[in-house]
Design a protein around this ligand. Structure first.
Ligand code: HPA
Length: 270
């Protein structure tokens, strides 16, 4: 595994002349922030040895690397999803590459359906924990102790300090922010009302089809993880309205300003 990773690292490093300190994974409809990187180096996933590419509407398929509000960042503009047919190991391959580049902080963002009845579309939610409901784990398979432990601890997958920092930034920006548990369903079908009822009973506040595999591998590799969901819709059965991806993208546009403001400030303070 490491030699493949090293090949990807060498390619990325040959294209950049800075050392990124933070990875930002920008979810559905939230990728425009990458346009604010100064003098960006843009690397298409398809050009990076051993990378896959992603084809979901609202997702580009490239790394954007450069200075973002004073910090060198590496942005994944578009991510890989389990529902696209990739294994969870494939989805999380980029994380291993970023860790090998010695980046040790990651902010993951996503669009999610709200199952907490106190939420409304357009809300932002700090991810304080997750439930992996996919029945799979990206770390299944042989383990290389040089990358991380066989049985990594997940009792603080999302940095407690990070959660407090996001709250502080939101307060300074006068943004109302929610906090909750994100539950990962494989998709691509949206959940049924019964599944959402189950999710609520199990302690979920929001549901979605991404993020959890990347967080598991980031934590395994020893990275500090920060997570923010944009609640784009109320999940199935909470409001009796059919769900569609267009609505998800439309709501990210509504939330974009506060989301962008929060991420800009967070990056300066991380
Ligand atoms: N369910 C799963 N994933 C999602 C949703 C949802 O309701 N909204 C945005 N991503």
């Amino acid at each position: 595994m490491l030699s493949l990773v090293q090949e990807s690292v060498n390619y990325i490093n040959s294209k950049i002349n800075c050392k990124p300190e933070i990875v930002l994974i920008l979810g559905s409809g939230l990728g425009d922030l990458a346009d604010e990187v100064e003098n960006p180096t843009i690397i298409s996933y398809k050009d990076i040895p051993n990378f896959k590419s992603s084809n979901v509407e609202g997702h580009k398929s490239q790394l954007v690397i450069g200075k973002f509000y004073g910090k060198n960042v590496l942005i994944m503009q578009g991510r890989f999803h389990y529902y696209e047919g990739y294994s969870q190991a494939e989805i999380t391959y980029p994380i291993r590459v970023f860790k090998e580049m010695e980046i040790d902080k990651i902010l993951v963002t996503n669009a999610a359906g709200g199952c907490n009845k106190d939420f409304k579309p357009g809300d932002l939610m700090i991810i304080k924990d997750h439930i992996n409901f996919s029945g799979r784990n990206p770390l299944i398979g042989p383990n290389d102790e040089k990358e991380g432990p066989r049985f990594p601890d997940m009792s603080e997958a999302y940095s407690k300090k990070g959660i407090e920092l996001i709250k502080k930034c939101a307060e300074e920006l006068n943004i109302v922010i929610k906090e909750g548990v994100y539950m990962f369903f494989s998709g691509p079908s949206y959940e049924t009302p019964s599944e959402i009822k189950m999710a609520s009973i199990l302690g979920a506040d929001a549901v979605g089809m991404s993020t959890v595999p990347e967080v598991i591998v980031s934590k395994y590799c020893g990275m500090e993880v920060f997570g923010i969901s944009c609640i784009t819709n109320m999940a199935a059965g909470i409001t009796y309205k059919p769900l569609n991806h267009k609505e998800v993208i439309e709501t990210t546009k509504v939330a974009k300003e506060k989301f962008s403001g929060l991420v800009r400030m967070l990056v300066t303070k991380i």
